[in-house]
Ligand binder design. Structure first.
Ligand code: FES
Length: 156
């Protein structure tokens, strides 16, 4: 009887398709919003995104320094798979490391940038990394919308 691909992976006869970095972020996700933390976490931007491919959902909270417009803190939570967890964990590190990423740069992050830092993802899992990226952009949009409203009110 011919062995399935899953059998081969489980018996270590072919390498697991996930990189060491993916496993690291999946088993120890960074900046994950714990339910106990949600009410206490101070944020000024929120966004969410859903995947039409698998029906999973991603939520993103940001604390943005209003003077520098750099992302100082990020939290996220997903009802997605391990690839979504690992890629969003990596994304949250990328936007908050080195003193925080400016919004203009964060807006331009692509799933390929996240995958590069993760050492790749199986092709069938690429849509999972898009989820975090879209929720991040939705949160940045939320921040810009609030900023425009404040500016309009000041002009009145
Ligand atoms: Fe839905 Fe990965 S399969 S996020």
């Amino acid at each position: 009887m011919k062995k399935s691909e899953a059998d081969l992976i489980l018996k270590n006869e072919v390498p697991w398709l996930y990189s060491k970095k993916v496993k690291e972020h999946f088993f120890n996700p960074k900046n994950f919003m714990k339910p106990s933390e949600e009410k206490k976490f101070k944020y000024n931007a929120y966004g969410e995104a859903g995947s039409a491919v698998c029906g999973d959902l991603m939520k993103f909270w940001l604390w943005i320094d209003q003077k520098t417009e750099k992302i100082k803190k990020a939290r996220w939570r997903t009802f997605g798979c391990g690839s979504a967890i690992a890629s969003t964990s990596m994304l949250s590190v990328m936007i908050t490391e080195k003193g925080g990423m400016p919004l203009t740069k964060a807006q331009k992050i692509k799933p390929q940038d996240i995958m590069k830092r993760l050492g790749g993802l199986p092709i069938i899992k690429i849509h999972c990394s898009v989820l975090g990226d879209e929720a991040l952009r939705a949160a940045i949009k939320d921040y810009e919308r609030q900023k425009n409203e404040k500016n309009k009110n000041r002009q009145k």
